[in-house]
Design a protein around this ligand. Sequence first.
Ligand SMILES: Cc1cc2nc3c(=O)[nH]c(=O)nc-3n(C[C@H](O)[C@H](O)[C@H](O)COP(=O)(O)OP(=O)(O)OC[C@H]3O[C@@H](n4cnc5c(N)ncnc54)[C@H](O)[C@@H]3O)c2cc1C
Ligand SMILES: NC(=O)c1ccc[n+]([C@@H]2O[C@H](COP(=O)([O-])OP(=O)(O)OC[C@H]3O[C@@H](n4cnc5c(N)ncnc54)[C@H](OP(=O)(O)O)[C@@H]3O)[C@@H](O)[C@H]2O)c1
Length: 268
Amino acid sequence: MHFPSVSVHYLAMFFILVIQVLRDFPSVNMPFEWLVQLVPPLKTRAFSISSSLSAHPKQVHLTVSVVTWTTPFKRKRSGLCSTWLSKLDPELCIFVPVWFIKGSLPPPPPSLPLILVGPGTGCAPFRGFVEERAIQSATQEIAPVVFFFGCRNEENDYLYRDFWLSHAQDGGVLSETKGGGFYVAFSRDQPQKVYVQHKIREHSERVWKLLSEGAAIYVAGSSTKMPSDALSTFEEVISKESGAPREAAVRWLRALEKAGKYHVEAWS
Ligand SMILES: Cc1cc2nc3c(=O)[nH]c(=O)nc-3n(C[C@H](O)[C@H](O)[C@H](O)COP(=O)(O)OP(=O)(O)OC[C@H]3O[C@@H](n4cnc5c(N)ncnc54)[C@H](O)[C@@H]3O)c2cc1C
Ligand SMILES: NC(=O)c1ccc[n+]([C@@H]2O[C@H](COP(=O)([O-])OP(=O)(O)OC[C@H]3O[C@@H](n4cnc5c(N)ncnc54)[C@H](OP(=O)(O)O)[C@@H]3O)[C@@H](O)[C@H]2O)c1
């Protein structure tokens, strides 16, 4: 079984997107019946499950960012489903239809060393992984976990800061004393962008050591370019640390993927 995602469907905001377009173009005078025929059904939205079933047997946690963008007409817009979810009142009992679908990240066995790369909401599945490992560590030996996280600013969108930091302390799942690590890239806290790739390069020795010991790589996140940039950084790191040419590093990572030890779950 792969680490699952939740798919959310909602009907209440069926017309909102079309209404936004009609507002941008007020000269379009469309009869309501035409509108109903034209509007396609809303697609469902997938969300990675960000909790471990062992830690929260009767709950499913999601980590959702409210998506925002500016239209060519310079209007601020926000994503339909993420905005709707953010406005739900937890005090009210609201029915949200959800489905569980198979995700693309298989749950790792406790003995498998892990290199996790999850900027932004990409941290969602890895919060579940770390919770699961923390529970497993009470009764058995667990392999090291290194997590590369990234966000825009330390002050504004450092998701689950206390959670990661507590697991990175001595003896924790992400602690260096246990062979793991937790490294954060704040992309907008200085004039030059700093991304997870920079942190992977900074810790190239540790990354190569874990890979040599049989680690699997998991990459998740919302940026379109991030997964390919991360892959190319791993190629660079493997080539540098092993002393092999870049082509050999590319083949090495292909073999890792074939062996079911390089996983990506990305969305944009
Ligand atoms: C496997 C998987 C796992 C995922 N896990 C997570 C997760 O854990 N957390 C999370 O937050 N998200 C996750 N997502 C993304 C999530 O499914 C949604 O895509 C996201 O929440 C945005 O949905 P929305 O309805 O709010 O935005 P939408 O309304 O669908 O808009 C999304 C994007 O479409 C573009 N867009 C839409 N309309 C316009 C327009 N009129 N003009 C210009 N651009 C437009 C914008 O670029 C915008 O960013 C995941 C996706 C997948 C496939
Ligand atoms: N308004 C806000 O403060 C805010 C904050 C978070 C999210 N959001 C909304 O929520 C959506 C999803 O958010 P998210 O948190 O999952 O993602 P995100 O904030 O868009 O990205 C997460 C981190 O990844 C960085 N990044 C961008 N391209 C990268 C690349 N090629 N390689 C490595 N890292 C890269 C981003 O840096 P840069 O973006 O600096 O390049 C950021 O630091 C966003 O697109 C946005 O619409 C808004």
